[in-house]
Design a protein around this ligand. Structure first.
Ligand code: SIN
Ligand code: FE2
Length: 201
């Protein structure tokens, strides 16, 4: 395993996936989006997010102006597709003692998309880590603290990088400030895919 960088407690494994492994996952995620198309979530304030999302596994993300939550079905009524084996393999390597992931969120960033600082805190068991896989163009990832505000540190997540938010860093605030279009050739279009694997229940 490549050596981990420590970004305010978040473990980052640069270049964890070689090009063939990235390609396999990209192909598998394309299949997921055929069954469960990307949708643009709205925040609880009713604003459209710049990221488009779908999911695989028992749970995905469902949002409306009245709120957001994990849901067992895509808004179009179909069950979320299974989490691809190629993705489960990474969970097994990164979190060998954890429970099986119940959700693989798929975030699609157009080159002008971003994600504001937030915590991943809608899961029940914070002893289970969140594992994040980056594919496509570079994304500037920012990590703060468990508390709001204060110091942050940033790092460009590149295609094939894997990050783990676990232990004391499970609830740190984090976000993506910007995407650098044209920095990867693994996707057909400019943009970035981020997968996050979570245990929900
Ligand atoms: C997320 O926080 O859900 C996504 C993080 C990322 O895109 O790297
Ligand atoms: Fe997050």
């Amino acid at each position: 395993m490549s050596e981990a960088l420590n970004l305010r407690g978040v473990q980052v494994f640069p270049g964890f996936l070689d090009r063939a492994a990235q390609q396999e996952i990209v192909n598998d995620i394309r299949e997921v989006t055929h069954v469960a198309p990307l949708v643009r979530p709205v925040t609880s304030g009713g604003k459209a997010m710049s990221v488009r999302m779908t999911a695989a596994g028992q749970f995905g993300w469902s949002s409306s102006v009245s709120g957001y939550q994990y849901a067992p079905r895509h808004p179009n009524g179909t069950n979320w597709p299974d989490i691809p084996e190629s993705v489960l393999r990474i969970w097994a390597q990164m979190a060998p003692n954890a429970r099986m992931p119940e959700c693989c969120l798929v975030n699609w960033y157009d080159p002008d998309a971003r994600m504001g600082m937030h915590q991943d805190r809608d899961e029940t068991d914070f002893a289970q880590p969140v594992v994040s896989i980056s594919l496509g163009d570079d994304g500037l990832f920012r990590v703060g603290s468990v508390e709001r505000g204060g110091q942050t540190a940033s790092l460009w997540l590149r295609s094939g990088d894997v990050a783990v938010m676990g232990g004391d860093a499970r609830l740190v605030h984090h976000g993506v400030d910007r995407i650098k279009a044209g920095t990867s050739t693994i996707l057909a279009n400019p943009g970035r895919i981020n997968l996050t694997l979570r245990v929900v229940t």
